[in-house]
Design a protein around this ligand. Structure first.
Ligand SMILES: Nc1ncnc2c1ncn2[C@@H]1O[C@H](COP(=O)(O)OP(=O)(O)OP(=O)(O)O)[C@@H](O)[C@H]1O
Ligand SMILES: O=P(O)(O)OC[C@H]1O[C@H](OP(=O)(O)OP(=O)(O)O)[C@H](O)[C@@H]1O
Ligand SMILES: [Mg+2]
Length: 288
């Protein structure tokens, strides 16, 4: 039987969409089986094991899945024997301590003797121990941010991203403990078979190509030959911009790749230097 790399992914929730989008951009398609736990790809030797995110680190650690995609926060909380193979750059958030607004906060000592509600007791306990804080940890599995408002706790330790959940619950972030993002994990110290290692290499190669293209634009413009040097001096090309002749010999077409942010910084300079018909196109993949 053909070897497939088994990857545990979240079945639904915040990680699901971006995880599936990453595989789609990497050209990896699923067979159209809905509501199945184990779904093979129809064009790449992987199969997806759809799970709740809490179960992903353990499933990878015990070898049921070869790889997993999960938030680093869950990896740290579960303490499972897994290694991070690659940081994937999405679902960025942090685990932070937050207290009711308008409380006079005098630093971490404030937490001494307080009750802190959280779904991440392991990470919190470790942090408190390291900082010599003795506090009560009250474990709840969801809606942590309402705990202070209903008198269940004095403070919370929870996921923060934009901070809007805290604001709408009259809470203030006072200390960020862990930065998290989605990560690709494998069993700690596990050596994959040659077949599976080759599939993982190809997967990582494709993820790199997708990532390299993110935030980059392919730009094209028409430039009078006389102004070519001036325009080229403005462009920070990957290596060197491509210059192509046009039907009108006085003009040429200049192509380059640049950061989207950079595009806005230089577009008016390119125009003033004589460039016309400037186009900026999305890049789907980029192999460096
Ligand atoms: N607001 C946010 N912004 C960015 N990333 C987030 C945010 N909230 C959570 N995450 C990340 O996404 C992961 C999954 O969040 P989600 O809310 O889907 O988890 P869940 O409710 O525990 O899901 P499951 O049903 O699979 O157990 C979190 O562990 C965290 O890494
Ligand atoms: O800082 P913010 O941008 O507001 O994000 C933080 C919130 O996002 C997550 O909840 P989510 O929205 O996934 O809802 P949930 O409580 O159902 O998990 C997390 O549990 C926080 O409450
Ligand atoms: Mg969960």
């Amino acid at each position: 039987m053909e070897k497939r790399l088994r990857i545990a992914v979240q079945s639904k929730g915040r990680l699901y969409d971006e995880t599936m989008a990453l595989f789609a951009e990497a050209g990896i398609k699923l067979t159209a089986v809905k509501r199945t736990l184990l779904v093979p790809s129809r064009n790449f030797p992987v199969e997806f094991l759809f799970l709740r995110d809490d179960d992903i680190p353990g499933t990878v650690a015990d070898g049921t899945a070869d790889l997993g995609i999960v938030g680093l926060n869950e990896v740290l909380e579960k303490g499972s024997a897994v290694d991070v193979v690659k940081e994937l750059g999405f679902s960025r958030c942090r685990l932070s301590l937050a207290i009711p607004q308008h409380i006079e906060y005098n630093g971490l000592q404030w937490f001494n003797g307080r009750r802190i509600a959280t779904s991440y007791p392991v990470i919190l306990r470790k942090f408190l121990n390291e900082n010599g804080i003795r506090a009560d940890i009250h474990v709840i599995s969801g809606s942590v941010e309402i705990a202070p408002g209903i008198g269940l706790a004095d403070a919370i330790f929870d996921i923060v991203s934009s901070g809007s959940t805290l604001v709408s619950n009259n809470l203030e972030e006072v200390h960020s403990v862990v930065e998290s993002q989605a990560v690709l994990i494998k069993g700690a110290g596990v050596t994959l078979s040659d077949d599976k290692a080759a599939i993982l290499d190809e997967l990582l190669f494709r993820f790199e190509a997708v990532k390299a293209a993110e935030g980059r634009k392919y730009i094209l413009m028409n430039v009078p030959r006389q102004k070519l040097d001036e325009v080229l001096a403005i462009l920070p090309g990957m290596k060197s911009p491509t210059v192509l002749p046009l039907a009108n010999a006085d003009w040429c077409s200049v192509h380059s790749v640049l950061d989207e942010k950079m595009f806005w910084q230089i577009v008016s300079r390119l125009k003033s230097a004589g460039a016309e018909g400037i186009l900026a196109l999305d890049i789907e993949k980029m192999i460096l």
